[in-house]
Design a protein around this ligand. Sequence first.
Ligand code: NDP
Ligand code: 2IT
Length: 449
Amino acid sequence: MTPQLDPQLESIYQQVIQRNPGESEFHQAVLEVFGSLGQVVKKHPDVLENKIIERICEPERQIIFRVPWQDDKGEVHINRGFRVEFNSALGPYKGGLRFHPSVYLSVIKFLGFEQIFKNALTGMPIGGGKGGSDFDPKGRSDSEVMRFCQSFMTELYRHLGEYTDVPAGDIGVGGREIGYLFGQYKRITNRYESAVLTGKGLDWGGSLVRKEATGYGLVFFVEEMLKVEGQSFDGKKCLVSGSGNVAIYAIEKVHQLGGKVVACSDSAGTIYDQNGLDLDLLKEIKEVQRARLSVYADTHKGATYSEGGNIWDIPCDIALPSATQNELGEADATELVKNGCKIVGEGANMPTTPEATRVFQMANVAFAPGKAANAGGVATSALEMQQNASRDAWSFEHTEERLAEIMSHIHRNTFETAEEFGTPGNYINGANIAGFLKVARAMEAFGVV
Ligand code: NDP
Ligand code: 2IT
């Protein structure tokens, strides 16, 4: 069911569908934002007159390229590389790279589109972009991943630069991949341009807290939501889907704040540990061994692993979907509500389907959309760029404090914007409207460009 849009927004949405056929994830992300803009176009008709919305929906530049590489046996593989430079109104294009077999243009475009508004909400000078490849790093040796990254950067480098476009990690791209990518950029350009990539190693220009930032930031945001109700994480039972970078550090921060995460997952199954997940073991399995989650139950007899199991069937107070897009559907939302879930915070990008979001809204579940709740990762990337620009390195405590301040600011901004536009408590509207208006004002100042 398509929600009722303002007629002018509906007509722009139809154009977006026609101009971008078959890109269902991109359509979904656009529709989600348009659903919040009805009051905005009434209050600010100039955005329609200046065709700001049509312009925002059209990427400034889209790069698609061939990535040939050889595996350890000498066999040649061809992958497809993408970088969508969506919007540079607020700063250089900024956003992660995703290496996953499900990647195609629509996935990169939905991510790049959301990134525009997310980055605006951080208050930092960063535009929106995203990239990646359909390369599957699973089961590949370090040398294979290195050769792939080198080939990928051999094309991408010409589009990047500290003032142009600054990638980072996302699914399948972490510290190891950023190392290989940075090494190849430096080699080709003969420049030690630290701020061309973020998520770097701590010995060569990286920032403390960047690794933890998305998960920590998510939990800081949800903590602010709890405060509104006079509550805290203390004693709260949580579910965190996924077991990658975002999930692991969300779990860590929930535990630090007195909550208990009883389950996480990967693409094969779910681990349930009623005593609370053993984070050291999780880090060992995922960050050191790069193994499957099923291994967890081998050493923790009290825990149960269910192959193909659905994490959202487990009762909880707070759900933090932190794996991938559309991982939480209508039936999952119904089950979560039935089991007493009161807060949902999106660690992943667009993990909740529109139908599931509606179930939460109807049930008055407090819902934090990814573009606000997971903005801590990219915000700390911007802090990494700041440190690179001043050739400085901040302490963990200082950087974490900056992250907490940014998340608290995003919370206040989205909360107050939702109220101002007549939908108190609706963080989706708050985030979309606050992010959109900031970008729109800059675009209007620049004229027709
Ligand atoms: P990782 O690659 O570190 O981890 C991804 C996790 O999600 C893994 O547990 C993976 O399981 C699971 N997963 C991925 N794809 C699927 C799928 N199709 N079905 C089921 N499970 C899946 O990625 P991140 O933790 O960095 O990213 C997770 C989410 O957070 C993404 O949506 C990303 O866009 C978003 N995000 C990331 C930020 C960052 O700084 N890294 C910042 C903001 C948002 P398996 O190992 O089995 O594939
Ligand atoms: O979705 C995201 O915000 C990210 N993957 C992080 C992007 C970044 O540039 O740090």
